[in-house]
Design a protein around this ligand. Structure first.
Ligand code: XLS
Ligand code: NI
Ligand code: NI
Length: 438
């Protein structure tokens, strides 16, 4: 284990809930079993390279504040390679076993595509070496199709075919590198796939182009034998006024319209859900109901602010609800909890990165334990299944099986009259029940 970049931070110990050490786990015990899996297997934590290694913490009003002593003077390949060592030391010390990256997070963009690709290959050599040294794996890769000026009006939905082509070339390479690093998935997040004004926009054509783009990705994956899971990540706005991948329902509709349901699952991000006017558990449930919940970008927003603040998750009630949805659908297969989150601009020291991740991991460990206890207890599940029991037999079953139509149902009403008083929804009782476990 190397201890070059964070000499003052040891491997984060597990000290239990009585510990007052801020850099110790109080709840996350990687090898402890919760039900039939260990915490590590349930939670599959991942570090987001773009935030943890590349976010200088600037905001629209101020310059970067982050102190990152390992950064060289130049944004070159040598510096990028050194940064990989930092990333892996960080993951070794926090016990995070996965990471995610955009092509341009890990290696600098060159003057040409060829140069950018060779930069990426050179850094990928080091990523692979460090993966082998530490056992850390790649949860998913992606391409950054939103920073460079060429993408100012989108990539796959840019009105300009040459820009579409550039985006495709970039994704082709990012998929190849993801495969080389054994990535378990590949994510498409809209970036600038959306519009700023309808006055200059043909939505139908842009959506068709996005559909074509994703089919090309599916075809190319088959061609190179990349068998990782593709994800699409909903977000309603920011940077564009309207992003086409607005929310889980819009993404599912898009996937169905373009015959992509078999190829992509959703990567749900908490702060994107709230930007869309939903809760994260709403988005998770919508995705899971369609059999399409793939992965989670674990962060949180600020209820008072209307933008993507990407804060680290600390709210136990929220992590409990996320874990309830996840456990109900049987847990992750290829996905994980990726901390797509950044420390505040005011938290600029390297050690703040540890506080942030350790806190997020502990918040999810508690959420996991609480959600598991609620499921074991069984009262919540029982209440919900009893609520739908009228569909388990008789008329309800006939409705579900498609055995009756309006005429039969009319006849049923004519002979049975009013349904009678329906049972209470008992929301408050159920909220109290959840609180019993917190
Ligand atoms: C931005 C997105 C982005 C994706 C990866 O809001 O969350 O970080 O997760 O491109
Ligand atoms: Ni994200
Ligand atoms: Ni985001």
């Amino acid at each position: 284990m190397s201890s070059e970049f964070f000499p003052d931070v040891p491997v984060i110990p597990l000290e239990g809930s009585d510990s007052k050490n801020p850099l110790a786990f109080k709840h996350y015990d990687a090898s402890a079993k919760v039900g039939d899996k260990t915490m590590e297997e349930h939670l599959r934590f991942s570090m987001a390279y773009w935030h943890t290694l590349r976010n200088g913490l600037s905001d629209p009003f101020g310059v970067p504040t982050a102190i990152r002593p390992w950064e060289g003077a130049n944004d070159d390949v040598e510096n990028a390679k050194n940064r990989v060592r930092v990333a892996f030391e960080f993951m070794e010390k926090t016990g995070i076993k996965y990471y995610c990256f955009h092509d341009r997070d890990v290696a600098p963009e060159g003057a040409t595509l060829t140069e950018s690709n060779s930069n990426l290959d050179a850094v990928a050599d080091v990523l692979l070496e460090e993966q082998q040294r530490t056992g850390v794996k790649l949860l998913w890769g992606t391409a950054c199709l939103f920073v460079h000026p060429r993408y100012n009006q989108g990539a796959a939905t840019s009105p300009y075919a040459d820009v579409f082509a550039y985006g495709a070339a970039q994704v082709k390479k990012a998929m190849e590198v993801t495969k080389r690093l054994g990535g378990e998935g590949y994510t498409f997040w809209g970036g600038r796939e959306g519009y700023q004004t309808l006055l200059n926009t043909n939505i139908g054509r842009e959506l068709d182009h996005l559909g074509r783009f994703l089919h090309m990705a599916v075809d190319y994956a088959k061609e190179i034998g990349f068998d990782g899971q593709f994800y699409i990540e909903p977000k309603p706005k920011e940077p564009t006024k309207h992003q086409y991948d607005s929310d889980a329902a819009a993404c599912l509709n898009f996937l169905r319209q373009y015959d992509l349901m078999d190829h992509l699952k959703l990567n749900i991000e908490t702060n994107h859900a709230t930007l869309a006017g939903h809760s994260v558990e709403h988005e998770l449930e919508v995705a899971a109901a369609a059999g399409a919940l793939g992965s989670i970008d674990a962060n949180t927003g600020d209820e008072m602010l209307g933008w993507d603040t990407d804060q680290f998750p600390t709210n136990i009630y929220m992590t409990t609800q996320i874990m309830l949805s996840l456990l109900k659908m049987g847990g992750f297969t290829t996905g994980g909890l990726n901390f797509d989150a950044k420390v505040r601009r005011e938290s600029f020291e390297p050690v703040d990165l540890f506080h942030a991740h350790v806190g997020g991991m502990d918040a999810f460990a508690r959420g996991l334990k609480v959600a598991h206890a609620i499921i074991e207890d069984g009262r919540l599940d029982k209440f919900v299944s009893e609520r739908y029991a009228s569909y388990d037999s008789g008329l309800g079953k006939q409705i579900e099986n498609g055995e009756v139509g309006f005429k039969e149902l009319e006849a049923h009403v004519l002979s049975n009259g009013e349904p009678g008083v329906t049972p209470s929804g008992r929301q408050e009782m159920l909220e109290n029940l959840v609180n019993e476990f917190l």
